[in-house]
Design a protein around this ligand. Sequence first.
Ligand code: ADP
Length: 264
Amino acid sequence: MSQKPPPKQFVKTPINGAKSVILVSSAKGGVGKSTLAINLAFSLQNLGLKIGILDADVYGPSLPKLINLNEKPKSEDGKAMIPLEKYGAQCMSMGFLVDEQTPMIWRGPMVISAIKTMTQKVLWKDRDVIIIDMPPGTGDTQLTFAQEVKVDGAIIVSTPQDLALMDVKRGIQMFDKTGIKILGLIDNMSFFKGDDGKEYKIFGEGGVEKTAKEFNKEFLGHLPIHQDLRSSADKGDPLTHSNPEHEVSKLFLNIAKKIKLNLN
Ligand code: ADP
């Protein structure tokens, strides 16, 4: 009887200088992944952890804008880069290396090489956790992390809209297939609280929770649509950093506490 060949074993390189590495992912763009990645990172900092933030969206980096940082990282030996530091977080993004207006017209191998550089040639130092803001989709970046980088888990962000959930299901299956543990799902833009105190479910209701149940994953929590979350992002000072007592920052903190339980 012929036997199935054993699954290919990939050699996964750890990110030096970090005890834990967590991916924040969404299969669909525009659901708030970058906003959540950065606010969760600072919530983990509020819990006493030393954080790093790696913006892995090579084509559309948003970290420089989200933390109002636009310097070129330095290198002492011309090989490894020193991450930039802002609000106590070590940060790296392709956006620090190229001009804001320059489009990245790159083929897959160049993206793979950029991800390897940002994970292996950056001198992250003394971090409890690095949060990685992933690009949307299930492409080269996702595959590079799945096959070549040692990560401890992934968080999936979605809005409760059917259109977004369809892609989330694809995202869940990709992580399951590539052996990356899904720490849980977050429902972003769950509701909008009007001046009348009522909660309006603009993108529908319950879809992310239902998907989590369907795939036997943890549901980490709901986050509302809130103007302060958007305006703090535009100002370059994330809400959970600028105002940790804000009602939305408290919701982030509850989610961060659950994530912290999974860290090394
Ligand atoms: P993605 O990384 O998934 O493409 P972003 O984090 O860039 O999404 O968010 C898309 C837009 O929606 C941004 O303008 C962001 O400020 C805004 N946004 C995201 N989540 C919220 C929220 N919960 N409340 C208000 N605005 C939000």
